[in-house]
Ligand binder design. Structure first.
Ligand SMILES: CCCCCCCC(=O)SCCNC(=O)CCNC(=O)[C@H](O)C(C)(C)COP(=O)(O)OP(=O)(O)OC[C@H]1O[C@@H](n2cnc3c(N)ncnc32)[C@H](O)[C@@H]1OP(=O)(O)O
Length: 337
């Protein structure tokens, strides 16, 4: 299992340049109370999705947990697993600070994925790994990941975290769906669609900040905000793993942000073309983080989305960017949610 290869509980994500990585409130308030009773409910992301089998030096195999209705592998899974493979040969004093990848073929959920790692460069401060995710002898993803040693600097700044309700004051996607399903006049097609959503075993918990925008595409705000965390317990320590979980999480409900300004269209064919992430500070992917997503541009059957993952204490944990192919068709009947 690559986790043991990666040197277990090391702290391997970039910090903002402090000598001591900033602690998130949850770290300070010791373990999340419920985590004590859910230690045995270890996140399936850790026990299965990001738990690669080592086949040979720099060659790993990953399996699938949840597959979207499109029946092409979820992009976040491939990116997260590629980062696990890349990090396995990187020493403990280096932290993942960025990754850039292209999705070049659809992933086949019927076969596992092989991850072939190339040790591109081991520099003095930076180390780079290139990963090919392979199925049926062909790459489905090509990825470069870069790792940096801790190098403090007086040069620090960040945007300000949006002011939103706390997760404790919001409903999960599942709770919202049950609320919509309780509407007696709900259209049959909507009821079927929502029940399919409920049946998904997505290993991520989500609390939308503006539920109607989340489900009913209205062009009121061109931004999507939701609280997100991995289901189950991961615990402190291995920041490398938290970066891999964040890579998984960052691709969920991301590309759809580009549809927000166009409530009269829905996706006919959509898929992520690339995905880039920058890790700025330590964070806990099994604690609530605010995901702020926006789309600065769409055109030519493509859409660009950008995201910022915020810790609850206002520290910017990570930034993401993705372009996807978006072929759309007009919405014939308005949403009846
Ligand atoms: C809004 C909801 C957002 C959901 C986002 C989901 C996020 C994800 O995780 S997606 C998973 C990760 N990403 C991927 O798997 C993408 C992998 N890459 C690929 O599959 C390929 O590179 C791809 C398809 C993007 C481009 O390949 P390419 O050979 O150029 O195919 P392309 O010409 O675009 O045709 C692709 C499909 O669109 C159809 N198509 C092509 N042109 C058009 C057109 N003008 N109008 C309509 N359909 C078209 C094709 O018929 C084809 O359909 P099918 O696969 O059923 O035959």
């Amino acid at each position: 299992m690559v986790e043991r290869e990666m040197g277990g509980s090391t702290d391997n994500c970039n910090h903002s340049g402090d000598t001591e990585p900033p602690k998130s409130p949850e770290d300070e308030s010791s373990e999340r109370p419920e985590a004590q009773c859910t230690q045995d409910l270890k996140s399936v992301l850790i026990t299965s999705v990001l738990n690669l089998e080592k086949l040979d030096v720099d060659l790993y195999r990953g399996t699938h947990h949840w597959v979207p209705r499109s029946q092409r592998l979820f992009g976040g899974q491939i990116v997260g697993q590629a980062l696990v493979a890349a990090a396995a040969s990187v020493s403990d004093n280096l932290y993942a600070h960025s990754l850039h990848c292209y999705f070049v073929r659809a992933g086949d959920p019927k076969v596992p994925v092989l991850y072939q790692v190339d040790r591109t460069r081991d520099g003095r401060s930076f180390t780079v790994r290139s990963v090919r995710a392979i199925q049926h002898g062909q790459p489905i993803l090509i990825c470069q990941a870069s790792f940096h040693m801790l190098q403090p600097s007086p040069l620090q700044h960040q945007f300000t975290m949006p002011v939103v309700p706390q997760p404790e004051d919001l409903l999960t996607v599942e709770e919202l769906i049950h609320r919509y399903l309780s509407k007696p006049d709900l259209a049959k097609k909507s009821r079927q669609g929502l029940n399919k959503l409920l049946a998904n075993e997505v290993p991520i918990e989500i609390k939308p900040v503006h539920p109607p925008h989340f489900y009913r595409l209205s062009a009121v705000e061109l931004r999507k905000l939701f609280w997100v965390r991995a289901r189950g317990y991961i615990g402190e320590g291995n920041m490398k793993l938290h970066c891999c979980v964040a890579a998984y999480v960052s691709d969920y409900a991301f590309l759809g942000t580009a549809l927000l300004p166009h409530p009269n269209y829905r996706a006919q064919f959509s898929a992520s073309l690339d995905h880039a992430m920058w890790f700025h500070n330590t964070f806990r992917s099994d604690e609530w983080m605010l995901y702020e997503c926006e789309s600065p541009w769409a055109g030519g059957s493509r859409g660009l989305v950008q995201g910022r993952l915020w810790r609850r204490d206002g520290v910017l944990a990570a930034s993401c960017s993705q372009e996807g192919v978006l072929r759309v068709k007009p919405v014939t009947e308005p949403s009846k949610l």
